[in-house]
Design a protein around this ligand. Structure first.
Ligand SMILES: C[S@@+](CC[C@H](N)C(=O)[O-])C[C@H]1O[C@@H](n2cnc3c(N)ncnc32)[C@H](O)[C@@H]1O
Length: 227
């Protein structure tokens, strides 16, 4: 595992930085701000169902997962959240994250229970939120037609191109139900083309502060609807 450093982003929330890759876990303009914008607002809030199955590539700090749990609680919707992580954080790193302090201090224990939750087991964390963490390589996911939303939160394709190949993206396409959505911060042309080739309909949306655009792609079963 490569060395990581805790950093503070511009909205005051913490994140991690990997010097060897010169790569951050979140936008330096604001970790919470970015996660709320891309995964909560453009992902979960767009998807108007009472029960939602989510698949995440890269659990990392658990920020997307934590915000999703809080969203489930405030909207009384049931969320079943599967997430993959190959390089889990250490206890020291987890304890250095300031998300509950910023977002909801009374849910500090819940944030830690997400990290403490066992691997490879579905655990009901709250009445509205069930978590299944996989300590595994997400390039090998295989869950045909199970999910409503994919949170694709891998390191950038410029840094780790092997995580964005058409073969890997296809596994996430296959994991979605028809009309399921794939959300990511990445709007690189070659990635959009791969998603289109797989059968996604692409929508570019305004990005979070510091980033012009983001992407939401919908799995379309009818070829005539594709962009
Ligand atoms: C950009 S970070 C985002 C993490 C997380 N969503 C968050 O909010 O902290 C990408 C994550 O993917 C993980 N990762 C990288 N390659 C992976 C792989 N092949 N399989 C599973 N996880 C991987 C990294 O360890 C890191 O936690």
């Amino acid at each position: 595992m490569k060395q990581r450093q805790i950093i503070i982003t511009e909205d005051g929330s913490s994140s991690l930085y990997i010097p060897a890759l010169n790569e951050h876990y979140h936008s330096v303009h604001g970790a919470i701000q970015e996660s709320m914008h891309i995964f909560i607002q453009a992902g979960i809030e767009y998807y108007n169902h009472q029960t939602i199955h989510i698949l995440e590539a890269g659990f990392g700090t658990g920020l997307n997962c934590y915000l999703t749990l809080l969203n489930a609680q405030s909207t009384n919707r049931h969320i079943i959240y599967h997430t993959y992580e190959k390089y889990p954080l250490t206890t020291e790193e987890i304890n250095a994250l300031n998300y509950p302090v910023f977002i909801s201090p009374e849910t500090q224990d819940i944030f830690h229970s997400l990290h403490g939750s066992p691997w490879e087991e579905e655990i009901k964390i709250t009445p509205y939120f069930t978590l299944c963490k996989h300590q595994a390589d997400f390039t090998e996911v295989s869950h045909p037609s199970m999910f409503d939303i994919v949170f694709f939160d891998a390191f950038a394709p410029e840094v780790q191109p092997h995580l964005w190949t058409i073969e890997v993206l296809q596994k996430f396409y296959e994991a979605l139900k028809d009309n399921g959505i794939f959300v990511t911060y990445c709007v690189k042309g070659i990635i959009k083309q791969r998603l289109r080739d797989l059968g996604f309909k692409i929508k570019r949306l305004p990005g979070p502060p510091g980033k012009r655009e983001m992407l939401r792609a919908t799995k379309i079963s009818d070829a005539h609807d594709k962009e």
